[in-house]
Write a protein that binds this ligand. Structure first.
Ligand SMILES: Nc1nc2c(ncn2[C@@H]2O[C@H](COP(=O)(O)OP(=O)(O)OP(=O)(O)O)[C@@H](O)[C@H]2O)c(=O)[nH]1
Length: 299
């Protein structure tokens, strides 16, 4: 059964993809078998999008989908639902805004419920991300609301993390949650149609400059998502970030982080992240790695 499903998944069959995700979400029969047989490599660009509620993430993702479809790309979106019922209405709203894409064969949208413990959440995102990566999409956007811990989790899964903010009074940048500043590979200042936008962008650029690391200065992109403005610049920034030199090193780090989460979730051996990183690097040197197979060696 898993073999047939996998075959469908690898050809990008949407039904197979949906069923595969459900198996992984529910840890149903065949769950481990499916994960360990996923291909090691994928060309999918995984992009995390996070930011405070109402910053315009869904509108922005919508605009990105439009632009990428015009370039002939295939795009998947995972929206991580905060489990709180308070957010449920907002998420329904998101789905409605994205509904214009529901019938396109080149777009796949899926919500992932974040029930259970935090560790559970990130493990499921890791696993579902890998399933989607097997289905041949050009881009996978993972959208999370930037409250609490989840945005930090996302940084360990995405190749590129985008933090969406809106123009506020200048000083607020200084108090921006330290975590968000750390994880951003790209800043988007959405709602740049607001009069305070230019000053805000200027301040944020200064701050990004002082936080430059690994030869990457976090670009600050102005967008007006409702008017689809700034979207091409954002896609160019994503492309540029994915082409930077550190990607190979980052890949090892991300894999080690994933491996750590998977081992925790499966309650396997107690092993340090440093040891896992060393193991991942050894395997990477010999070719690409299936992290689920590697996790089994720690059983
Ligand atoms: N003026 C202006 N409004 C925008 C822009 N982008 C989004 N909005 C509006 O801002 C509101 C929130 O947008 P969403 O896309 O729902 O924001 P979100 O970040 O997904 O919000 P949550 O679902 O609450 O997390 C909507 O009413 C949008 O129409 C923009 O660039 N300019």
């Amino acid at each position: 059964m898993i073999e047939a499903l996998l075959k469908g998944l690898l050809t990008g069959d949407i039904k197979s993809l949906s069923r595969s995700i459900s198996i992984v979400e529910n840890e149903a029969t065949g769950y481990e078998e499916l994960l360990t047989q996923l291909p090691n490599a994928s060309h999918t660009k995984v992009v995390g999008i996070t930011g405070p509620p109402g910053a315009g993430k869904s509108t922005l993702v919508n605009a990105l989908i439009n632009a990428l479809l015009q370039q002939g790309k295939k795009v998947a979106i995972i929206a991580v639902d905060p489990s709180s019922p308070f957010n449920f209405g907002a998420l329904l709203g998101d789905r409605i805004r994205m509904a214009q894409h529901f019938n396109s064969p080149h777009v796949y949208i899926r919500s992932l419920a974040s029930r259970g413990a935090l560790g559970g959440l990130s493990t499921k995102i890791i696993e579902v991300t890998d399933v989607v990566k097997a289905a041949g999409f050009d881009y996978l956007f993972i959208e999370t609301v930037g409250v609490g811990q989840s945005e930090v989790d996302i940084a360990g899964i995405a190749d590129t993390s985008i933090v969406v903010v809106v123009p506020e009074a200048g000083d607020e940048i200084q108090t921006m949650k330290a975590g968000l500043m750390e994880i951003a590979n790209i800043f988007v200042v959405n709602k740049s149609d607001r009069p305070t936008a230019d000053q805000f962008v200027k301040n944020l650029r200064l701050l990004a400059h002082t936080k430059m690391r690994d030869g990457w200065e976090t670009p600050v992109i102005k967008t007006v998502a409702t008017q689809e403005k700034g979207i091409d610049e954002l896609i160019a920034a994503i492309t540029k970030h994915q082409q930077q030199n550190e990607q190979q090193q980052r890949k090892a780090y991300l894999l080690a982080e994933k491996l750590y989460q998977l081992i925790q979730h499966r309650r396997m051996k107690n092993v340090s992240k440093a040891a896992l990183l060393a193991d991942v690097m050894k395997h990477l040197a010999a070719g690409d790695v299936n992290v689920y197979k590697l996790a089994q060696t720690y059983a």
